[in-house]
Design a protein around this ligand. Structure first.
Ligand SMILES: Cc1cc2nc3c(=O)[nH]c(=O)nc-3n(C[C@H](O)[C@H](O)[C@H](O)COP(=O)(O)O)c2cc1C
Length: 188
């Protein structure tokens, strides 16, 4: 299911709480995620050693999962495992954590247990959709580091969203700017 390189998914995990967050599944010799150790996803993976990679086409869900908690109505429970209702396919993994002390990220190696294909959508490449993902990644970096260079990158990808995106992408980018305004509101 995962091509070589990095596939963007929304990872769902269960710990004390169910969580969803965008993550990149890396396929280079083996499958893994380079995971920020401060994330809820990492805490859940450490707690119960499982992760579901949900393949999703809704750009707003990536933005929301990156900055907020998804409502419980977004989740289905499959044999106790949290999956996203919006997923057109998902893969459940057991996880092996390789945590080097000095590093900010841990390598979480993924071993597939089972998968479901719910739909096989035809997905023409849309630069607007990809630009929403790029802008959202830079927004999560801005959230962590508050470096102005990320705001410039978000503006740049926003211009691509406006040129190439459809309604969903435009709504997703508007939602992202709302979260960014809240972050800047935090400053003072
Ligand atoms: C498309 C996309 C891919 C991402 N990939 C990763 C990743 O591979 N590893 C990571 O630690 N964070 C990644 N992030 C950032 C996390 O989603 C972000 O830090 C999020 O707030 C973590 O949420 P959590 O604390 O609920 O786990 C990615 C964000 C986006 C938008």
């Amino acid at each position: 299911m995962f091509g070589s390189g990095i596939s963007e998914v929304i990872a769902t995990t269960r710990g004390d709480k169910v969580n969803a967050a965008p993550m990149g599944v890396v396929n280079r010799d083996f499958l893994y995620i380079s995971m920020y150790k401060g994330s809820h996803t990492f805490a859940n993976v450490k707690q119960n050693g499982k992760l579901v990679a949900n393949l999703v086409l809704d750009p707003q869900l990536y933005v929301k999962a990156a900055f907020d908690d998804l409502e419980s109505s977004c989740f289905d429970c499959f044999d106790g495992v949290p999956v996203l209702k919006a997923a057109y396919a998902w893969v459940e993994f057991t996880c092996a954590v390789f945590d080097e002390r000095a590093q900010k990220n841990a390598i979480v190696r993924l071993h597939p247990i089972r998968s479901r294909i719910i739909d096989r959508p035809i997905i023409p490449v849309n630069r607007g959709f990809n630009a929403v993902l790029e802008a959202t990644i830079h927004a999560t970096r801005y959230n962590a580091l508050r470096e102005p260079k990320y705001l410039k990158l978000i503006d740049y990808y926003g211009s691509i969203v406006k040129r190439c995106g459809g309604k969903q992408e435009l709504h997703a980018f508007t939602l992202l700017t709302t979260y960014l305004a809240e972050l800047d509101g935090d400053k003072g």
